[in-house]
Design a protein around this ligand. Structure first.
Ligand SMILES: Nc1ncnc2c1ncn2[C@@H]1O[C@H](COP(=O)(O)OP(=O)(O)OP(=O)(O)O)[C@@H](O)[C@H]1O
Ligand SMILES: [Mg+2]
Length: 250
């Protein structure tokens, strides 16, 4: 684990990923700074989810390199598991264990994977539930919660592992409109607290207000990237302009 002089928490260099003949990530270069909040935007099928999955080792890459916290992301085995325990991921579908209480869902990872004592994990779990605004739900099962509440539990569960990086893949896409805000509010606070975040979302209001940089992907290529104000007002590429028009006027 030699320290390197690179600055980013995550570095993608010429990352390539194909499924059969389908080149899904085509020479992706991306540096994600400590404490940076990035929104990844782009049309359906452009490779956004695949890129997130490669960053936390759910997919292997076919070419290039991914570095996390100054070391190459391990390709498999215990080393990859260890690296992945430092990266939180939140999906569109919350994937909570239905037969466990909210608090049990949150304490499971720390207890099993990090050997945190049960009572300590519980204490921290309750703090996290407080932080995402639903301390009163600790002893209920996921089915008794709204979608927005379940997604906040999923965020608390990821945070319970004390991740250095949080990846969000369309965390509000499955939610009714009135529940979207409460989830985005939690994410906004997380960004303010300095968490390094990569968020795939179509919520351009969130992008505009919260993120430091928008990365626009199309057909597996980063077409352009920049601060949100610049991206919305003055996208450089035709494809990004079309995308912004569509999303703002739909
Ligand atoms: N496991 C897989 N096997 C085969 N092809 C896949 C697999 N996962 C993704 N793909 C293909 O890779 C391409 C990119 O998919 P990906 O899910 O990364 O897109 P996306 O940008 O997240 O799209 P969306 O906005 O619809 O979620 C698509 O053509 C998809 O069909
Ligand atoms: Mg996707």
């Amino acid at each position: 684990m030699g320290a390197t002089n690179e600055s980013g928490l995550v570095e993608l260099r010429s990352v390539r990923k194909s499924f059969g003949d389908n080149v899904v990530l085509n020479d992706i270069d991306l540096s994600i700074g400590h404490g940076e909040a990035i929104v990844v935007a782009g049309p359906s099928g452009s490779g956004k989810s695949t890129m997130l999955r490669c960053i936390n080792g759910l997919e292997t890459i076919d070419g290039g390199e991914i570095h996390f916290a100054g070391a190459p992301l391990p390709r498999g085995g215990k080393e990859l598991q260890r690296a992945r325990s430092r990266i939180g991921m939140v999906f569109q579908q919350f994937n909570l264990f239905p037969h466990m209480t909210v608090l049990q869902n949150i304490t499971l990872g720390p207890v099993r994977i990090k050997d945190v004592p049960q009572d300590q994990a519980k204490k921290r779990g309750l703090e996290l539930l407080e932080r995402v605004g639903i301390p009163e739900k600790a002893d209920q099962v996921p089915a008794d919660l709204s979608g927005g509440q379940q997604q906040r539990v999923a965020i608390a569960r990821a945070l319970a592992m004390d991740p250095e990086l949080m990846l969000f893949d369309e965390p509000t896409s499955a939610l009714d409109p009135e529940m979207i805000r409460e989830v985005l509010d939690v994410m906004r606070q997380l960004a303010r607290d300095g968490m390094t975040m990569v968020v795939v979302t179509h919520e351009m209001g969130f992008a505009r207000e919260v993120c430091d940089r928008i990365v626009f992907i199309d057909e597996g290529v980063i077409v352009e990237q920049g601060p949100p104000a610049e991206f919305f007002a003055n996208a450089q590429s035709e494809r990004a302009r079309e995308f912004v028009d569509k999303i703002i006027h739909h």
